[in-house]
Design a protein around this ligand. Structure first.
Ligand code: PEP
Ligand code: MG
Length: 884
């Protein structure tokens, strides 16, 4: 097996296409060498060697040593230097390089090959003894830290002691002799800590560094990063061994990093930083303030220090040409690292640069318009989830952040306002035009008005699909949920966190995209949805097959959804209309009624509201499909819980307090999620669903009569499990609808369908289709809950442990479990369509806005996805990418 690939000297064994084997860095070094760019020669130990190493009890492949020596010999031949030679030593860098870039997560060793003898060789070669010993001490520190596992503080203390006794404050003030003394003390310290001297044999150093890079693949940082970015552990990392070039060899030497375009704005201008007389880690470490690359940038920044363009004009010109060449070659914005050694340019790395959503859009659109890439490529290049950054006001990246707590990034966007602990208070202040942030232990449906009135929501408990999170996303309200460190004391009107106290009325800011709670107000920037955004979305729409609808019930949500390009409503949760302050009294009256007649009387009061709501919704949607889901939550949710609240409600509504209490107790359920909810309500109290169907059809008739585009209402039944249920519900719906149509004298199409939220419904999908369901909408929130048997409201408490331990890769309430829940979706789609080939299929759980889940929906052949209004653009782009 071939474990080693060489590059440099005008050619390479590998190329850019071999990222899996050579890692991103190694593949691109090979590619640059092939392009004839100045790359210090070196070789790459493959990712397969790393995989082999871990698969074989941390043993290197047998042929590796021989191949590494051959690789080294080639580098010696190209450079004319020899590894370990005292007169003309070859020094190398040893760096990690995985398939996907994992910046800063793994280890690097520079200046390897230095020892007590080669350091003199380096001094002679460079004509600079100070430089040679400075390099040696850097090497000892880095190698001891990375390979020998010694604390770097120890070295910093020694250096500080030297500086103190010399009375100097900066490293540059140290002379060659000073560095020699530092080196001697470093070596003594290493020998003391280790019980053996610092390794002098370059071969030993080399294998130590290779081992350390392999080991760093398994360090905690790397593991964490992989989990965050879905990078499989099985990939392994490559190791790049490359001859050193020195940016710290005087004032005609420099080192820097650059982007071929501005990574935060996307502006087509070289952007970056460099330092004269420095080594790579100085730029990153932030010890010295780097200088601008270009003159324009320096002037804009108001820097005093000259730009590279001014300080090293000739080599800057070469660098600019290389940057242009690389971008044209890779057809994407590049992030490069370079070093200038005594006036000579060397390229150390290139890769596609990371960028903000704004920059991604601008770069993709400009490159497509310039004919560099196709429109499909442009669509493929923008990460859908990143669009979130653009859809909400966001915190100015340059603003200072005083983070007081961290929770889950439950609903993106940022908001500033006064702390309020009570939903009614939030509503009162909100309607008076005040910006408030509602802070709750957790939210319940009763808090909806307060959530709506608030600019943002914080909860101490609850996960990504908790009530607060789902509702906040639906409303486009920024929300931080499950910020467990916060202790809330509503009675005292304050919350405490990490020893700090925030009272009602204090100003806080939340960043729902990161989960941070910040003290005070922070500068924001507004979203802009025109220009590049609009252009890319238009291209995406031209590519996708899946339709994109929104989950919306309020007029505002519906308008927002349309503004974002929703092609209909896939889920209108009617219970949210029941919670409205003006109707809750009638709803409670209905719940308290002793018999059907009493219920019907109360329902008659709610009916006009329901109808008016639908008229408004249908009007906004202008003939687009609207799926209305009939009442779903258990009735007890509409009753107050505490005795005090019960009493207050009784007093306010004139309802009988004792009766209210008794009914609340009667309705109490041990396990309400599996209780008297969903269509079970419609089966026990058909009059509720009849009222709702009537309201829907009457509203549609009214629109039709007015000559406006009438919708085809899709009436949807929740939590159906059995064909017989569907049959009953279908008959109820048809009976009521036909009666209304006859009364109104209108001819109008409508459809009846079901949600698929229970494993039994998925397995027996054929029964449901046969019993008259014309469409299925996968309620994957409940389907995930019922498939795993994990409560969606309590999962936050323990899912973290599952994710930490790698049992779950992702929260299944956020990204669809494609194996288990996905199997049920696939089965239901197949079995349903086997009975009814034209069966319309959609998804309306939170997963409908998750790009990975949308990809799955495309594969299974669903007709549409439905998601929160603010996720509609994300879904449009994800659907397009899924179709490519
Ligand atoms: C679902 O269960 O996926 C769904 C959309 O319904 P709800 O979230 O209202 O239970
Ligand atoms: Mg549901």
């Amino acid at each position: 097996t071939r474990w080693v690939y060489s590059f440099g000297g005008g050619g390479a064994d590998g190329e850019a296409g071999m990222k899996n084997l050579l890692g991103g860095k190694g593949a691109n070094l090979a590619e640059m060498a092939k392009l004839g760019l100045p790359v210090p020669p070196g070789f790459t130990v493959t990712t397969e060697a790393c995989v082999h190493y871990y698969a074989n009890g941390k043993q290197y492949p047998a042929e590796l040593a021989e191949q590494v020596n051959a690789g080294l010999a080639k580098v010696e031949q190209i450079t004319g230097k020899t590894f370990g030679d005292t007169a003309n030593p070859l020094l190398v860098s040893v760096r990690s390089g995985a398939r996907a870039s994992m910046p800063g997560m793994m280890d690097t060793v520079l200046n390897l090959g230095l020892n007590d003898e080669t350091v003199s060789g380096l001094a002679k070669l460079s004509g600079d003894e100070r430089f040679a010993f400075d390099s040696y001490r850097r090497f000892i520190q880095m190698y001891s830290n990375v390979v020998l596992d010694l604390d770097h503080h120890m070295f910093e203390e020694i250096l500080d002691d030297h500086k103190d006794s010399l009375g100097v404050s900066v490293d540059t003030a140290l002379t060659a002799d000073n560095w020699k003394a530092v080196v001697a003390d470093y070596k003594t310290a290493v020998a003391r800590e280790l019980g053996r001297p610092f390794p002098q044999d370059p071969q030993e150093q080399l294998w130590g560094a290779i081992g350390a890079v392999f080991a760093s693949w398994m360090n905690d940082r790397a593991k964490f990063y992989r989990r965050m970015h879905d990078i499989p552990e099985a990939w392994g990392t490559a190791v790049n061994i490359q001859s050193m070039v020195f940016g710290n060899m005087g004032d005609s030497s420099a080192t820097g990093v650059a982007f071929t375009r501005n990574p935060s704005t996307g502006d087509n201008r070289l952007y970056g930083e460099f330092l004269i007389n420095a080594q790579g880690e100085d730029v990153v470490a932030g010890i010295r303030t780097p200088q601008s690359l270009t003159k324009v940038a320096r002037e804009e920044m108001g820097d005093v220090a000259p730009s590279m363009e001014e300080a090293l004009p000739e080599v800057f010109g070469q660098f600019r040409d290389v940057a242009i060449k690389l971008e044209a070659h890779y057809r994407d914005m590049q992030d490069v690292e370079f070093t200038v050694e005594q006036g000579r340019l060397w390229m150390l790395q290139t890769r596609n640069g990371k960028r903000t959503a704004k920059a991604a859009l601008k770069i993709a659109v400009e490159m497509a318009e310039g004919g560099v890439i196709t429109r499909e490529e442009a669509v493929a290049r923008v990460e859908p989830a990143a669009l979130d950054q653009l859809l909400h006001p966001t915190i100015d990246p340059s603003a200072e952040r005083d983070v007081v707590a961290k929770g889950l990034p439950a609903s993106p966007g940022a908001a500033t306002g006064k702390v309020v602990f009570d939903a009614d208070e939030a509503e009162k202040l909100g309607s008076a035009g005040e910006a408030v942030i509602l802070v709750r232990e957790e939210t319940s449906p009763e808090d909806i008005h307060g959530m709506h009135a608030a600019r943002g929501i914080i909860t101490a408990r609850g996960g990504m699909t908790s009530h607060a999170a789902v509702v906040a996303r639906g409303m486009g309200r920024p929300c931080v949920s499950g910020a467990g460190e916060i202790g809330i004391y509503p009675k005292e009107g304050l919350f405490r966190v990490r020893g700090r106290e925030f009272k009602a009325g204090d100003i806080v800011t939340i960043d729902g995209s990161t989960g941070e709670v910040l003290s005070g107000s922070v500068k924001m920037i507004e979203p802009e949805l025109t220009g590049d955004f609009a252009q890319l979305m238009e291209w995406a729409d031209g590519v996708r097959r899946l339709k994109v609808r929104a989950n919306a019930e309020t007029p505002l949500d519906a308008k927002t959804a349309r503004g974002f390009g929703a092609e209909g409503i896939g889920l209108c949760r009617t219970e949210h209309m029941f919670f409205d302050d003006t109707r809750i009294a009638a709803v409670r009256e209905m719940i308290l009624a002793d018999d059907e007649a009493g219920r019907r009387a109360a329902l008659a009061k709610i009916a006009p509201f329901q109808k008016a709501d639908f008229v408004e919704l249908f009007t906004i949607m202008e003939g687009l499909p609207v799926t209305v889901r009939l009442l779903d939550p258990p009735l007890h949710e509409f009753l107050p819980h505490s005795e005090a609240d019960l009493a207050a409600v009784a007093a306010a509504t004139g309802l009988d307090a004792a009766k209210l209490m008794r009914r609340a107790r009667e309705l109490h359920e041990t396990n309400p999620m599996l209780g008297h909810r969903g269509c079970r309500l419609g089966v026990s109290y058909p009059e509720i669903y009849e009222m709702q169907v009537r309201a829907i059809i009457e509203a549609a008739c009214e629109i039709a009569k007015s000559g406006k585009p009438a919708p085809v209402p899709e009436i949807m039944h929740p939590l159906v499990a059995k064909g017989e249920e569907m049959k009953f519900l279908r008959a109820l719906t048809d009976r009521t609808a036909k009666a209304v149509l006859a009364e109104q004298g209108v001819e109008l199409e409508y459809q009846v369908g079901t949600m698929i939220e229970l494993p039994r419904a998925a397995l027996r999908a054929a029964d449901l289709a046969e019993a008259g369901a014309e469409f299925f909408s996968f309620g994957t929130n409940d389907l995930t809950q019922t498939t795993f048997g994990i409560s969606r409201d309590d999962a936050g408490k323990f899912l973290g442990a599952y994710i930490d331990k790698g049992i779950f890769e992702k929260d299944p309430f956020v990204s669809l479990d494609q194996e288990g829940v996905g199997d049920l979706v696939r089965i239901a789609a197949e079995r349903g369509r086997a009975v009814k080939s034209g069966l319309k299929l959609g998804i309306c759980g939170e997963h409908g806005g998750d790009p990975a889940s949308i990809q799955f929906c495309e594969q299974v052949g669903l007709d549409y996805v439905s998601c929160s209004p603010f996720r509609v653009p994300i879904a449009r782009l994800a659907a397009a990418q899924a179709a490519l």
